[in-house]
Design a protein around this ligand. Structure first.
Ligand SMILES: [Zn+2]
Ligand SMILES: [Zn+2]
Length: 132
């Protein structure tokens, strides 16, 4: 496979941004948006989806990167690996392992205020030491 040039990469990114699925829905929260983007578009080791969410929904939330960093989210996938997990009431029991797991279909976002950058009630902090 040949390497993509920087121009190709930029071109592809512009196509992604033009894709209507890549816009946060009016009441969709940051965590649900990022969780929706990652399976299709992946993490590029930056906070591009979180920042896109911010740019569209809450441009004045300039402290977003710092706040996400404070919960271990230094890139989009880390927000979900280190910062937030699906709330317990949304998990389903795997009958084979008897463990609670994330459902195959991501739950519909419970909704947040129009300019909020907080996760909706579908998410809970992974750490008990919640400074958020
Ligand atoms: Zn990542
Ligand atoms: Zn949500």
């Amino acid at each position: 496979m040949s390497e993509m040039s920087v121009a190709d990469e930029a071109e592809r990114y512009l196509q992604v941004l033009a894709d209507p699925r890549c816009r946060p829905a009016p009441r969709e929260c940051l965590a649900c948006f990022v969780a929706r983007m990652l399976p299709d578009f992946g993490c590029d080791t930056t906070l591009r989806w979180a920042q896109r969410f911010r740019d569209v929904r809450s441009p004045t939330a300039t402290g977003l990167e710092r706040r996400l960093g404070s919960v271990g989210g230094y890139c989009d996938c880390e927000i979900l690996l280190n910062g937030y997990r699906l709330a317990r009431h949304l998990l389903v029991r795997d009958l084979a392992t008897d463990e609670l797991e994330a459902p195959a279909e991501p739950p519909t976002c419970a909704g947040v205020g129009r300019t909020s950058t907080r996760p909706c009630v579908n998410w809970e902090r992974r750490s008990r030491h919640d400074t958020w």
